[in-house]
Design a protein around this ligand. Structure first.
Ligand code: SOE
Length: 401
């Protein structure tokens, strides 16, 4: 349903969004599109034009709940609408490529959730299509939203201005525990043919992108271990036992990793990195933590304390040296000039508002958004190298370029 706008707001050219998917990411992106034009001064006015999902009753309810003007049950019909300028893909990874390629061919800008695809080959095809579409004025972004926490954006600027000097170590973990119960059913995230991989692609993609973004350089190669701790799970209610592999009718085979641990070497500085992505860290709910150590200082970020950045200035005299907390809520901190007075804090959902802000500006300026599909492809190549190394018992595996 259309939302009331100020006269000034109503004069801005619209950017009409069509979204495919309405589960967790659909809800998170919806609030981003709803909020962004009311917080930031944008060159175009985001309009929640239509949302798409296969279940008609459910997607119509989602349209009302999340503020979309229309509902579709076929993503092809959504893409064909002439009242859509941008397609936002919030589906499982097995449909990212098909939807993104069709949307670009139909003359739509694209935002695609991470990871970009389920395979390097799909990501390569998507990247080629995105680069060809740029000649037609179309732009495409991949949704690594943790770049858009004010504290991580501040960390990136501090590393870029040399506050840490040459990097020596990056260590990053992304710990969840929602699969610890072996009775948790075999949902789509546990099936390779739909999700592409498990914790590696879901959580590992985030920390690979964030580590490279903050370091300002790419990984050269990795050595990895992956494990599937619980190999069979009960079928979801209503599912058939026709799933690939697996036990008798009551259960199915888990065909993805439950956890991935890998080390890496950065190509530029030669810094060493360690990564841990798991859904079995009992008690950890959404614990993304990263620390960067350089010859002149260190930075640390904890998603569970996302308004804070911890900084150690190695150039300070010893008597006063130590890690200190930067409260990232000042108006001159990234994104914060549009929000609340200092000290009031933001949350997880604001990263999607910032993602929408940055995409609207890129579209209005006609410039390639960051992270682009090419950035998503590079992360996909790291994911593939992790899987290749793990299959070869941790043999160091270079990242394909
Ligand atoms: C996994 O549980 C998940 O929903 C990821 O898929 C998201 O990308 C992350 O932001 C939160 O956790």
């Amino acid at each position: 349903m259309p939302q009331p706008q100020s006269s000034e707001e109503a004069e801005k050219p619209p950017l009409r969004v069509g979204m495919v998917g309405y589960a967790f990411m659909g809800a998170a992106h919806s609030q981003g599109w709803r909020t962004v034009g009311r917080v930031f001064d944008l060159p175009r006015r985001p309009v929640l034009a239509a949302i798409c999902g296969r279940d008609g009753a459910a997607v119509r309810a989602a349209a009302v709940r999340h503020g979309w003007a229309a509902a579709e049950t076929d993503w092809r019909a959504l893409i064909a609408r002439d009242d859509i300028d941008l397609v936002d893909i919030c589906t499982p990874g097995d449909s990212h490529a098909e939807i993104a390629l069709a949307a670009l061919a139909a003359g739509k800008h694209v935002l695609c959730e991470k990871p970009l695809a389920n395979t390097v080959e799909e990501a390569e095809t998507m990247t080629r299509a995105a680069e060809e579409a740029e000649a037609r004025g179309l732009l495409a972004m991949v949704g690594f939203n943790y770049r858009r926490v004010p504290a991580t954006a501040l960390a990136r600027s501090m590393v870029a201005e040399g506050r840490l000097g040459t990097l020596r170590h990056v260590r990053v973990t992304y710990l969840q525990d929602w699969l610890v119960d072996p009775e948790f059913p075999l949902t789509w995230r546990l099936r390779k043919e739909i999700a592409g991989s498990g914790a590696l692609g879901d959580l590992g993609a985030h920390i690979i992108d964030l580590a490279q973004y903050l370091a300002g350089e790419q990984l050269a190669g990795v050595s990895a271990l992956t494990e599937t701790f619980v190999r069979e799970r009960p079928l979801p209610v209503g599912a058939t036992s026709g799933l690939s592999g697996g036990a008798a009718a009551g259960g199915g085979a888990v065909t993805v990793d439950d956890a991935a641990l890998f080390t890496g070497r950065f190509a530029g500085s030669g810094a060493l990195a360690s990564f841990e992505a798991t859904r079995f860290a009992t008690g950890r709910k959404n614990a993304l933590r990263i620390e960067l150590n350089g010859e002149r200082g260190s930075l640390a970020f904890d998603l569970e304390r996302l308004n804070e950045l911890t900084y150690h200035d190695g150039t300070e005299p010893g008597t006063h040296a130590g890690f200190r907390r930067i409260l990232v809520t000042e108006p001159d901190h990234p994104y914060l000039d549009a929000w609340w007075p200092p000290g009031h804090g933001l949350g997880y959902e604001h990263t999607f508002v910032h993602q929408a802000r940055d995409l609207v500006h890129a579209v209005a300026d006609g410039r390639r958004p960051v992270p682009s599909f090419a950035d998503g492809l590079q992360v996909q190549r790291v994911l593939a190298a992790v899987e290749e190394s793990a299959a070869k018992n941790s043999v160091y595996t270079p990242i394909a370029v």
